[in-house]
Design a protein around this ligand. Structure first.
Ligand code: SF4
Ligand code: SF4
Length: 362
């Protein structure tokens, strides 16, 4: 099924989705800057001696846990988790900014037909085709936004070179892929990490194939997972959902149990409107994610604020700032990552809890 919203599933029962003119977030222009990826927690772990996670690797805790053989942390669980990242981590070309070379020469269709530009007469109709293609390649939700440059990073994640998207790249096709519901419900065990890793691999697959589809129409496409720009505000602009207390996008269809990727393009496209379904108000009265967090990395304040929580925060938005230092330190202690805040969120349409045995039982 593909719904009018560009979704493979219907919104969770009881959720009423309303299109709005302005995205449901508040920004302080005086504070907001394009984010410097050198402040990312994963980068700071390598270069910032003040960061508590500095110098600690996953290996130490992982090995210890495998020896202990705890359910959800066995050698088999780790094997599942590590392998789930394969497409994302190994196929580095998936996020190439250029058309991908065919290592064995042109396909049977030759390599001339895609060199001219396809003439787009109706951007709204083109947008529908792009959404259908994205779903065909594996996206579970798709929305399109006019690109707001504030959401582009200042620099690229690995090279730290400036992010310099050509001006004509005015659109962002934002896609969500659902993460396995039973896997996520085993958090903080390895099957949850495997669900996350598989989400990343599916992001790489979907973003790269959609980018090639657009290039085959003679336009430019820049696919991105977490790099190039902030996925959550882009997804909000594209009408995929709202921001939750736990700092993640909450979608009407899957809650926060999704991963996000995007393709920036100059292909003329009709855009979507942002949506509201009451997340901001609901979160004020619900602290389930904060209570499920083993290290109190999520604010318990009733109202969102402007105060950053740690050196990896991105100030300038009214929200509940999640302490990425505490969160990452817990991942290191846990010997793998964590999705407690995803699984317990009442907007998650999967079960809040499952045992590793239930996961492996199928
Ligand atoms: S991922 Fe785990 S440690 Fe991090 S904020 Fe969520 S619940 Fe807390
Ligand atoms: S668990 Fe509750 S407070 Fe946290 S994001 Fe979900 S709805 Fe909001």
């Amino acid at each position: 099924m593909v719904t009018a919203r560009g979704a493979k599933a219907a919104p969770r029962k009881g959720i009423r989705v309303r299109e709005v003119d302005e995205p449901p977030y508040e920004i302080d222009e005086g504070q907001l800057r394009r984010y410097d990826q050198n402040n990312l927690i994963f980068r700071r772990a390598g270069h910032d001696p003040d960061f508590v996670g500095y110098g600690i690797g996953f290996d130490r805790e992982g090995l210890k846990r495998i020896r202990e053989g705890r359910p959800g942390y066995t050698r088999v669980d780790y094997a599942l988790s590590e392998a789930s990242w394969t497409v994302h981590d190994v196929w580095v070309d998936s996020f190439s900014w250029d058309r991908l070379p065919r290592p064995h020469g042109p396909s049977l269709m030759g390599d001339q037909w895609h060199r001219n530009r396809f003439e787009v007469e109706d951007p709204s109709e083109m947008a529908e085709r792009v959404k259908r293609a994205a779903m065909f390649y594996g996206a579970d939700l798709v929305g399109i936004a006019e690109l707001d440059e504030r959401w582009l990073y200042r620099n690229m994640r690995y090279t730290l070179e400036p992010v310099d998207l050509p001006e004509e790249m005015r659109y962002a096709v934002v896609m969500a892929v659902e993460m396995d519901e039973t896997g996520i419900a085993t958090s903080p065990g390895c099957p949850a990490s495997a669900a996350t890793g598989l989400g990343y691999s599916r992001m790489a697959f979907v973003a790269s194939t959609l980018a090639e589809f657009i290039r085959n129409l003679g336009y430019s496409a820049v696919p991105a997972g977490n790099d190039v720009g902030l996925s959550v505000p882009l997804a909000i602009d594209a009408g995929l959902g709202e921001l939750g207390r736990h700092g993640m996008l909450i979608t009407p269809e899957y809650g926060p149990r999704v991963r996000l990727c995007k393709v920036y393009t100059d292909l003329p496209l009709g855009v979507d409107r942002p949506v509201e379904f009451g997340v901001g108000e609901f979160c004020k009265g619900c602290r389930l994610c904060a209570e499920a967090c083993p290290v109190e990395a999520i604010s318990r304040e009733r109202d969102p604020g402007w105060e950053p929580s740690c050196g990896s925060s991105n100030p300038g938005a009214l929200k509940w700032y999640v302490d990425g230092e505490k969160c990452y330190a817990y991942w290191l202690d846990n010997g793998t990552d964590c999705s407690n805040c995803v699984s317990v969120c009442p907007f998650n349409t999967g079960p809040p809890e499952a045992s590793p045995e239930e996961f492996w039982g199928g």
